[in-house]
Design a protein around this ligand. Structure first.
Ligand SMILES: Cc1ncc(COP(=O)(O)O)c(C=O)c1O
Length: 442
């Protein structure tokens, strides 16, 4: 196999520039991270229209967990497309949807009967969770975390709090959302230190919020990402998640686990929440569930289900192509050692990133679980001033040298290659990142 990465012409090359020109003229909100125009992709390798070959450390924003165009997924989608592509799963029946909802209810945490609502994206999975929670509890309030990203439609946007630009000019949002600080230990909102902090951030709900202005009996649900994604790949301490879970239980508030980015094996376990040994009431999945075919799923205890027909529905949720793709994806994860690979590769990736931190002062923190890792770039390790411009420079130098990366948080870079990426591919990516960090600091 030829060398990867391999940059033949500085991206964007001639063919890419033609595509970008049209895109910039017609595509709404066309602000992109890197000018890479893809031609084809396989596993962890992406080829652009000008023949450049990249290592993909972004996985289409956490979608290609089992790699690009896995043969089993391609075959399942192709076979399905030849038979029937759409038949309105909320009104009629078909085998792939039934098999998928059965499978999802079996593989989600919680040994109880479940119901699954299928949609087309992460944001819709969250919207459905908000509706289920209000329907069932008849309470009006929601709690989510500062730094959270749950989507951009009006309901999920009301829970999102990762960047002001996402909310600016859209007020009023859905009323009833309260945000509380997350357990971001590297930048503790209370300037405390773990573990001497006594997990104060987990206790403030009871000790301050419920005791002053937020009656818990008004709260329908609390939404939480097991690892905050867009907010900067922030991993909370296990005790924090346990306290939050206990608080929810004791007040009859539903705990919604947003697995849109952390799920489907990304952290080395099928669901990110499994690292914290708690069982959520509602689980939302999307992104990697369909390996590139859009799908969202909201999975919850049967007793929470909408009580009447028509209380929630859609046209495309559970369409046949998405169901076929999701079933094949789960099959690959279950039968091709994907979780083991993610754990092993994740350990290696983490070690290599820590080596980079030892070498480069600008890396202030390395954090993550499994193949969901990030570095936070700072001007000074003491003041922790975010090094946003330098972070952007590293991302730019990397794509020019053949490694696709994405930013997150204020000044972090996320490393989310497909879970099937080999250790030598990780090493090849790290070599490029190493040189990019060095040159960005010049
Ligand atoms: C944790 C989380 N929840 C929800 C969403 C929204 O998903 P989508 O973009 O598919 O609507 C995202 C997207 O990045 C996410 O990371």
């Amino acid at each position: 196999m030829s060398k990867v990465p391999q940059i033949r012409v500085e991206p964007p090359g001639r063919k890419a520039r033609e595509i970008i020109k049209i895109d910039e003229k017609y595509l709404a909100t066309s602000t992109k991270t890197s000018p890479i125009a893809v031609e084809s992709a396989s596993g962890s390798v992406v080829t652009d229209v000008d023949g450049n070959v990249y290592l993909d450390f972004a996985s289409g924003v956490g979608v290609l967990n089992i790699g690009h165009c896995h043969p089993k997924v391609v075959k399942a989608v192709r076979d399905q497309a030849e038979k029937v592509m759409h038949f309105a799963g909320t009104d009629f029946y078909y085998d792939v949807q039934s098999r998928l909802v059965k499978k999802l209810s079996e593989i989600c945490p919680g040994k109880y009967d479940k119901r699954v609502f299928l949609s087309n994206s992460g944001t819709e999975a969250i919207e459905a969770a908000m509706k289920v929670a209000r329907w069932h509890t008849q309470r009006k309030q929601f709690i989510s975390f500062i730094g959270a990203f749950h989507g951009r439609t009006m309901g999920s946007l009301s829970l999102t709090a990762s960047k002001p630009v996402q909310r600016n000019r859209y007020f009023p949002l859905v009323p009833g959302g309260v945000h509380i600080p997350f357990a971001y230990c590297y930048r503790c909102p209370y300037h405390l230190e773990y573990p001497s902090c006594g997990i104060w951030c987990g206790k403030i709900l009871e000790e301050i919020y419920f005791d002053s202005f937020l009656p818990p009996e008004e709260v329908a649900a609390l939404f939480m990402e097991p690892v905050q994604g867009e907010g900067g790949y922030v991993v909370p301490p296990v005790e924090f998640v346990k306290i939050i879970s206990k608080t929810c239980k004791s007040h009859g508030m539903l705990l919604v686990d947003d697995e849109v980015q952390a799920g489907m094996g990304r952290t080395g376990k099928l669901w990110g929440i499994e690292h914290f040994d708690i069982v959520p009431d509602i689980l939302c999945a999307a992104k990697a569930l369909g390996s590139g075919v859009p799908i969202g799923a909201t999975i919850y205890h049967r007793k929470l289900d909408f009580g009447v027909q028509g209380a929630h529905s859609n046209t495309f949720g559970g369409n046949l192509l998405a169901c076929a793709s999701a079933l094949a994806t789960i099959d690959v994860i279950e039968n091709e050692n994907v979780l083991e690979m993610a754990t092993k590769a994740g350990r290696h990736l983490r070690k290599r990133l820590e080596e980079l931190m030892d070498k480069h002062e600008i890396i202030g923190d390395v954090r993550g679980l499994g193949m969901m890792q990030a570095t936070e770039l700072v001007e000074d390790r003491k003041t922790k001033e975010p090094a946003k411009k330098k972070r952007d420079k590293v991302v730019e130098l990397c794509y020019k040298r053949g490694v696709i990366l994405l930013p997150c948080g204020k000044s972090s870079i996320r490393y989310i290659p497909p879970l099937t990426t080999s250790l030598s591919q990780i090493d090849a990516g790290i070599a490029v990142i190493d040189s990019a960090v060095r040159d960005a600091m010049k």
